[in-house]
Design a protein around this ligand. Structure first.
Ligand SMILES: [Mg+2]
Length: 459
């Protein structure tokens, strides 16, 4: 190891409110989120070795970042003054420590804005761990024994679904063939990619067709489209998609409603869309409605359409219930909504036990870089099953470790750490509210954009 770990101490932190003006081009638009600006509150944990900085982040849409930044500023001091070695020697304990501030638990617990802050800090510790030991985060987990992986997990609230002993048994089974899967990771064929590039709700007509054709030409075979604002428009778009890709098994279509429907609406609307043969409907209703998802899944089963959710599932408890209630066909963990790598490991193991594939939720501007580690971890170390991962490619020039897709597969991240971070130019430009973009004429105009819900109340 290049550095002795025993004398590394967290000495301070910096938080940056970085927002990208995605409302300009409709990237990220869906039935629930219009005019949003993809934002990553970004944390640097500083150490007594200036070259070693642990980087973490959360996600939000524009103004939400103000609350997340405040939460990170409240949570990050919990690790300041701590020895790096004591933070990583039992990561399960470190995770429990991060969610144990009793004066903040009332506004969680373990969900929402406080959990986003937990994720930023926990992921920064994993990033630092990678840098200290000169390994990408997926490799840290690949190098662990089943017992060491289990030690990263806080099993409180989930032992009715899975126990540490069961996890060790599952992981021991998966460890057969692990070396071959590591080799596949090194050859960049561990994580197949699918794309939403053509599927944003603001894209229609010729723009949608042009982007779809471009992604087909790049080798993609699986595509996702946003639906849920206007049934006639949904049918028109999906018909246009099927006109291009046909109905044979070479290509797959998935659709995403981003929570706009009530349960009966979801079923009725989907009965109109099953003719386009989507593999699944993602987020058909409220992310908290476990039994609602189960009802929708049961209703759509005869049509061969599955249910996916998880990007806004608050924590491992919601995932536990989704799995126990047979409510999902695809488990979509989010790398910065769950409390960092540790809680993602817990959910991956539950998904494995319930035989549901884990497909992390993704997004551009930095999230993709984390999820390519998580999908690699799931394949190499947890499930041993190849899954797929959404590709998202806007604003990539701003990332310090942009991931790459080659032949519709993720190139496995090899830089030490968790691939978090932005170029100095990106921070200068997109730091909110005083970065050079946000003080430009167009930036100031976006700041004045409507906030949503307009028209619901009389003036
Ligand atoms: Mg989604």
């Amino acid at each position: 190891m290049p550095t002795s770990t025993s004398d590394i101490i967290i000495t301070g932190f910096k938080v940056y409110d970085i927002r990208f003006p995605t409302s300009l081009d409709g990237i990220g638009s869906d039935a629930m989120h219009q005019g949003t600006n993809g934002s990553h509150p970004y944390l640097q944990l500083l150490t007594n070795k200036p070259e070693l900085v642990g980087e973490g982040m959360a996600f939000s849409n524009g103004r939400g970042s103000e609350l997340v930044v405040a939460a990170i500023e409240a949570f990050a001091p919990r690790v300041v003054g701590k020895k790096f070695s004591s933070l990583v020697e039992n990561m399960g304990n470190t995770w429990r420590y991060m969610v144990s501030d009793s004066q903040y638990r009332w506004i969680g617990p373990e969900k929402g804005v406080t959990h986003l802050a937990t994720a930023a800090v926990i992921n920064a510790i994993w990033d630092l761990w990678g840098k200290v030991t000169n390994r990408p985060v997926w490799k840290i987990v690949a190098d662990m024994t089943p017992e060491e992986i289990v030690r990263c997990i806080d099993f409180r609230y989930i032992t009715d679904a899975i126990t540490p002993e069961e996890c060790i048994e599952l992981l021991t089974k998966t460890s057969v063939g692990k070396e071959d899967r590591v080799q596949e990771a090194l050859e960049n064929v561990a994580v197949p990619a699918y794309t939403t590039s053509a599927g944003w709700l603001a894209f229609s007509g010729d723009k949608m067709k042009k982007v779809l054709q471009e992604t087909i030409d790049q080798g993609f075979k699986i595509f996702k489209f946003k639906v849920g604002s206007d049934l006639a428009a949904d049918k028109q778009r999906l018909q246009a998609v099927r006109d291009i890709i046909g109905y044979d098994n070479e290509y797959q279509v998935m659709i995403d409603a981003n929570q706009v429907w009530s349960v009966p609406e979801a079923i009725e609307w989907m009965k109109e869309l099953v003719q386009f043969k989507p593999v699944f409907i993602e987020e058909p209703t409220s992310p908290d409605d476990v039994l609602g998802h189960a009802t929708i899944r049961k209703a759509l089963k005869p049509y061969g359409v599955g249910v996916a959710t998880g990007e806004m599932a608050a924590n491992r408890v919601i995932f536990k219930q989704l799995l126990q209630a047979d409510a999902i066909d695809v488990c979509q963990i989010d790398s910065v909504r769950l409390g960092g790598v540790n809680e993602c490991l817990a959910v991956m193991l539950m998904a494995l036990k319930f035989n549901v594939p884990c497909v992390p939720h993704n997004g551009a501007m930095g999230l993709t870089e984390l999820t390519s580690h998580l999908s690699t971890i799931d394949y190499v170390s947890i499930s041993g099953r190849k899954s797929m991962l959404e590709a998202a490619d806007s604003y990539r020039e701003n990332l310090a470790h942009p991931c790459e897709i080659r032949d519709a597969h993720y190139v496995t991240p090899m830089d030490p750490g968790y691939s978090i971070g932005y170029t100095p130019g990106a921070i200068e430009k997109y730091l909110y509210p005083n970065g050079s973009f946000w003080t430009s004429e167009i930036g100031e105009k976006i700041k004045q954009a409507p906030k949503g819900g307009d028209g619901l109340l009389r003036e």
